[in-house]
Ligand binder design. Sequence first.
Ligand SMILES: NC(=O)c1ccc[n+]([C@@H]2O[C@H](COP(=O)([O-])OP(=O)(O)OC[C@H]3O[C@@H](n4cnc5c(N)ncnc54)[C@H](OP(=O)(O)O)[C@@H]3O)[C@@H](O)[C@H]2O)c1
Length: 345
Amino acid sequence: MSTAIPSEMRVLALGNYYEDLNDAIQNLRVTQKPTPQPGPGQVLVQIAAAPCNPSDLVFIQGLYGVTKTLPAVPGWEGAGTVVASGGGVIANWLKGKRVACGGQSESDGTWADYYLADAKTCVPLRKNISFEEGASLIVNPLTAWALIDEAKKGKHRGIVQTAAASQLGRMILHLATDAEIPLVNIVRRQEQEDILKSLGAEFVLNSASDNFEEQLRNACHRLRTTICFDAVSGDMTGMVLNAMPERSTVIVYGVLSYSPAGGIDGRELIFGQKQVKSFWLTPWIRSAGILRIYQAFGQIQNRIADGSFATHVRQKLKLEDVPSGLMEYQRQMTSGKILIAPQQG
Ligand SMILES: NC(=O)c1ccc[n+]([C@@H]2O[C@H](COP(=O)([O-])OP(=O)(O)OC[C@H]3O[C@@H](n4cnc5c(N)ncnc54)[C@H](OP(=O)(O)O)[C@@H]3O)[C@@H](O)[C@H]2O)c1
């Protein structure tokens, strides 16, 4: 390891899981830890920027599909410079390169000065992609790509999505528009309707409006939307499934409501031959195969560069200021991500 790398690094550590989100955020602490040494096939990435996604919030609440031994460092993705290699062809080749990195192993995450990455999973950043853009290159873009791929493979003529003004929802909007697949976007506030319309969305429904369910049923039947990407869960899952035409599928990929999927009319399921499925990126990456992933990352970098996969950032914060930034983010997520910048002075 180069002598320029300090033996200790600063991390934002989670000492305990707290189901109450405010408690979980307020108990994050900046602490020192030994800087990890990369082993064969690993690289050490000096983190320049790392986002907080809804899955990070669910993780610090102890409600995610992966838990880590505590104290733990959260952060599923980020971007930075490879400053050391533990050996191996790919790891050595990456040394000095700017990369997007991440993963969902039980080891420490990206909310730290340094992150130990599996070299095979690092994505070298093109020159025209900044660290800020590269920080959100993996989780949301790959999920949007995979979901639209599912809709195309299933030859669905129309799509519905919930929480449509999320950063990921905006990516789905761009992909659906380019694929010429009609998309019904469900939001919960007027501001979100305005954002999506400004991005070119044709069909936007507000779940807070009086006749929402009727509007939804009409739109789903008129546009033959037979697949839904649902990030909300709770009653929304049943509401959409019940409104969709026969042989429709709702894919639940988020739990923003923190409620069990409900309100599903069993008769719609049985006689309408409908189904509810799930999507989780982690097993999808494992099963997708390296060629498909490379193809996806090529297209994703093109889209980040042309602005259609831009992730809006509300604040870039040093480690100490992250808890107060996260309190703001969880109160109102549409305004954009908190980007953690450990090197920021
Ligand atoms: N399954 C997977 O592998 C996978 C991968 C990537 C992302 N995801 C999921 O994708 C979703 C979007 O992620 P993101 O990073 O794009 O989110 P984001 O940009 O942080 O935005 C979240 C959006 O959801 C809205 N929202 C929050 N709670 C809601 C609720 N109870 N009902 C309706 N809308 C609600 C927010 O609106 P307000 O401004 O009103 O709060 C905001 O527009 C998340 O659920 C995330 O976990 C899943």
